[in-house]
Design a binder for this molecule. Structure first.
Ligand code: GUN
Length: 298
């Protein structure tokens, strides 16, 4: 069984991005810029945003961070997004989710210029992806697809099951796999025979946010598993309580049956940030009519 090394793969991807950034800086005198908006103090979001900022700068891009108070009004947030939409030094805008409850998430996402929507969450990017047109592709599913292409090769005709139906992962993953000519099933909390469906799948993408949800006996021999889950759980080791990260898949129980699986951490997680950088570079190239790096565009 192979461990799919998302960390190594993402590093290669980030190096390619950095090289391309250098080229456009030198040839066109343009530096791609990513603006990240964080509302409130959610600890997990703060870690993500900090990492995004560091990696954006490491890739040679400009990073703009905007932090707003938890109780910020919708108008202040929308005004900031409009200012970023108009700013020519900003090529990508990401508003970290989830937003505090008093803010209308759909309204906020749809106020981002679709050409700068590096998350691919704007309704027009969702529609473009759904109809097989050129769009911004959500980072996590894009990273999963890159890993699958690398480890499976041609995906055509494969039976793929996506576990989870979120707008961020499940639905765009369904569209991407369909575009690769997979036969795709989406299962979720109300699905009656999840185990049976998983058992007959060549590819499993688990994105439910429930620790070790996918059991060893659900996995077909030779399947390739992409585990999107990042769940913090408490464990007791030598009488000491600790916390650790586990995926949505019972890694130990599946690793003898599966052909390949992504670990947590070190699988999909690092790919998501690398794909965010890729999307920022692509957005910059499209805005300025520069050649897009072919290996980063679907
Ligand atoms: N929160 C969790 N995942 C994501 C993501 O991919 N993009 C944004 N904006 N927020 C998130």
């Amino acid at each position: 069984m192979k461990i799919i090394d998302g960390k190594a793969f993402s590093q290669t991807l980030r190096e390619k991005i950095k090289d391309h950034v250098t080229v456009i800086k030198e040839s066109a005198n343009i530096t791609p810029g990513l603006a990240v908006v964080l509302v409130g103090e959610d600890p997990a979001s703060q870690v993500y945003v900090k990492n995004k900022g560091i990696q954006t700068k490491n890739a040679g891009m400009n990073s703009f961070e905007h932090r707003l108070e938890e109780d910020v009004s919708e108008k202040v947030l929308l005004d900031l997004i409009e200012q970023l939409n108009q700013d020519p030094t900003v090529h990508g805008i990401l508003c970290q989710l989830p937003l505090p409850k008093h803010l209308n998430e759909n309204l906020v996402i749809n106020s981002i210029d679709p050409n700068k929507d590096v998350d691919g969450f704007h309704i027009s990017n969702v529609g473009l992806l759904n109809t097989g047109q050129k769009s911004m592709v959500p980072c996590t599913p894009l990273g999963c697809l890159m890993l699958l292409r690398e480890y499976v090769g041609d995906l055509s005709g494969k039976k793929a099951t996506v576990i989870g139906r979120s707008n961020i992962v499940g639905k765009p993953m369904f569209n991407l796999l369909l575009r690769e000519n997979c036969t795709v099933t989406v299962v979720h909390s109300r699905t009656k025979n999840i185990e049976e469906i998983c058992k007959s799948s060549d590819i499993l993408v688990a994105a439910v946010g429930r620790p070790k949800f996918v059991k060893g006996h659900w996995v077909k021999s030779g399947a390739v598993i992409i585990d999107v889950g990042i769940n913090r759980v408490s464990i007791t080791e030598n009488g000491i309580e600790k916390s650790k990260l586990v995926g949505d898949v019972d890694f130990e129980a599946t690793k003898d049956t599966a052909l390949a699986i992504t670990p947590v951490p070190g699988g999909v997680g690092p790919m998501t940030i690398a794909c965010l950088l890729a999307n920022t570079l692509v957005a910059c190239c499209r805005t300025h009519n520069l050649a897009e790096p072919q290996e980063l565009v679907l």
